[in-house]
Design a protein around this ligand. Structure first.
Ligand SMILES: O[C@H]1[C@H](O)[C@@H](O)[C@H](O)[C@@H](O)[C@H]1O
Length: 611
């Protein structure tokens, strides 16, 4: 070991011999000292340029949100105009998420090799090409091609943008600026729902505008990034020291960047030794602190999706319909209201992240998410228990072969996606109710019988697809609002923010690629299985399940997520020097990684570290 320490410079050693508790103590110091933060900002100069960089990069987040959000409204029109079967509808929705999963993994390799800037340019180019293909598509095969193309863009953007923003931001603004990316994701989802609403009134080709409009932000981002710089950390890693210093000083508003530059440079020197030999993923898996960071990063992304955000968003229009909004045209605007609430509460997250820190924000958010899911589930449970019986059996011979007419209660009827509940009302009491097959081209009406024109309040006929009339809808609505209020500020953005900062530079691209891949894979899994889970466990069972998974996530965060607020990216690695699932705890670590100018040397206790 002595030989290894050898002739390296002593000053590097001083800054790098840190135990995890030292680093956490420095985080706490930072926490308590607002004046330090202010002094740091003054030293850093105006963050105006950094905000510009964050804005143009976060357009990638906007496109991620827009392209995943816009498809639901576009599909309503497409299925009629192109006569799409449900298999084609599912294909068009899930191919984008599937392609994002694959390209986020590939994005790790591209990021390491060509840099963040090239990857963002590539993503915006792909987004533009995808938007053009979608807007001119003559048939469903070309549409599929376009959806696949935008998915490739989303995957690359989703893993590159947070990394780029984290690497250009000063530490005291990093949390806020990376979280702005998630604000743009939810903003993109909201704008997509408004665009869906506006163009749904066009009799023809409305979907072309919905899908094609994404070209505008994509082209803006492409043009912007032609003039914006590469991440100074990536430049330094590639040995381009001159440009790295220039870019850093430009980003920091021309103030003296010697200290920051030196700290990044010496950390990169250190990492050359940490990094070892072989493929990066292998090196991450065999180097304990990087491996632990990867487990924490992937775990957070997994629990984000397993808490059911995309299911709740998707199901929100129905939840709101349950609460009494019967007008079908309204459904699309109701989805906008949910998307707006998600956006609004993400804004709260931007405000909180550098004030309360990542750990507290995530803990509060996931606990509240679990509790709100229980409220949602309880609402569905009460609704199921009070489910109205089927009392009216229509004589129409075309219905005799339908399984829908075999159901005795609304609950079992609505759990079959081919059926809906048609009923009348006497005050608040449901009367003359039947279970009828749904019109496949328009789920707002039955295929035959009294409800074949959908709900007609003037005639006293009501059509409920996917839900049952209930007086407990207020509990479900309360659950939905609480869910968004808790999820959006913490569990929505924190997995992206934390992942952008916990890996050492040599492992950052690959670490983010893997965790973004986990996010997309879990996203596909949850959305593809939701209807089956609901049929098997009923809706309340499904939401109780998500709530249980969120509680599991809470335990994971309590044990494993260290606080990274206020620390420089180079100061974060030692936080993962202790055994996994004691990262969150204070006190003296049982395992020491002593960084002596170049290596993380395992102390004796570490030999027992086998997480
Ligand atoms: O962080 C985002 C955000 O919360 C979105 O609303 C959600 O659709 C995405 O899946 C998630 O990754």
């Amino acid at each position: 070991m002595e030989e290894l320490i050898g002739d390296r410079r002593v000053e590097d050693e001083r800054s790098l011999i840190k135990t995890p508790s030292d680093v956490q103590a420095s985080a706490r110091e930072h926490d308590s000292s607002t004046s330090t933060r202010q002094t740091r900002s003054v030293q850093r100069g105006s963050p105006c340029f950094v905000y510009t960089l964050a804005f143009f990069s976060a357009l990638g987040g906007f496109l991620f949100g827009y392209d995943t959000g816009v498809v639901s409204g576009a599909m309503l029109l497409l299925k009629r105009e192109m006569n799409l079967s449900s298999l084609w509808q599912e294909l068009l929705v899930s191919i984008t998420v599937g392609a994002a999963a694959v390209s986020s993994l590939a994005g790790g390799y591209l990021n390491g090799l060509y840099g963040r800037r090239i990857c963002i340019l590539l993503a915006s180019f792909i987004f533009s090409a995808g938007g053009i293909i979608l807007s001119v598509a003559p048939n469903k095969e070309v549409l599929l091609c376009g959806r696949l193309t935008v998915g490739l863009g989303i995957g690359i953007a989703s893993m590159t943008v947070p990394v780029y923003i984290a690497e250009v931001s000063p530490s005291e603004l990093r949390g806020q600026l990376v979280t702005i990316n998630t604000l743009f994701i939810t903003g993109g989802q909201f704008i997509a729902s408004v665009v869906d609403g506006v163009f749904s009134y066009l009799p023809h080709d409305g979907w072309r505008y919905m899908l094609g409009l994404s070209v505008v932000p994509a082209a803006l981002q492409f043009l912007g990034f032609l003039f914006l710089p590469e991440s100074p950390r990536w430049l330094l890693q590639k040995g381009d020291t001159q440009n790295a210093r220039l870019v850093l000083s430009r980003i920091r508003g021309g103030v003296n960047v010697d200290e920051e530059y030196e700290s990044i440079r010496s950390s990169i020197e250190e990492e050359k030794i940490d990094a070892g030999e072989g493929p990066v993923l292998w090196r991450i898996l065999t180097f304990a602190p990087a491996r632990r960071a990867l487990i924490v990063g992937c775990g957070l992304q997994m629990f984000q999706q397993l808490s059911g955000i995309n299911t709740v968003m998707y199901y929100s229009a129905t939840i709101l319909q349950m609460s009494g909004v019967q007008d079908d045209q309204m459904a699309i605007w109701l989805a906008s209201a949910t998307a707006f609430t998600n956006f609004l509460f993400t804004l709260l997250g931007v405000w909180l992240v550098d004030r309360v820190g990542r750990r507290k924000l995530t803990l509060g958010s996931i606990l509240g998410t679990a509790a709100s899911l229980m409220v949602l589930a309880a609402g569905f449970l009460l609704t199921a228990q009070a489910s109205p019986p089927v009392t009216f059996h229509p004589n129409d011979p075309s219905l005799h072969n339908s399984t829908c007419i075999t159901y005795g209660f609304c609950e079992s009827c609505m759990l079959n996606p081919d059926c809906g509940f048609c009923y009348g009302k006497n005050g608040t009491v449901v009367i003359e109710s039947s279970c009828l097959p749904v019109d496949v081209a328009n789920t707002g009406a039955a295929a035959a019988g009294r409800c074949s024109n959908g709900t007609q309040e003037s005639l006293g006929v009501f059509w409920a697809y996917n839900y049952c009339p209930t007086s407990y809808s207020w509990i479900v609505l309360l659950g939905l609002i609480l869910y968004l209020a808790f999820f959006a500020p913490g569990m929505g953005p924190m997995p992206w923010t934390v992942n952008s900062e916990i890996y050492p530079l040599w492992a950052r691209s690959t670490g983010n690629a893997c965790s973004a891949g986990v996010n997309w894979i879990c996203n596909v899994l949850v959305s593809l299985t939701f209807l089956h889970v609901a049929q098997f466990l009923t809706y309340y069972g499904a939401f109780f399940l998500y709530s249980g998974l969120a509680l599991l996530g809470f335990v994971f965060v309590v044990g494993c997520l260290p606080e990274t607020k206020g620390l420089r990216l180079e100061e974060i690695e030692p936080l993962f020097g202790r055994q996994l699932c004691s990262c969150g705890a204070g006190g003296t670590p049982s395992v020491h990684y002593t960084r002596v100018n170049g290596g993380n040397y395992r102390s004796e206790e570490d030999l027992t570290d086998d997480e």
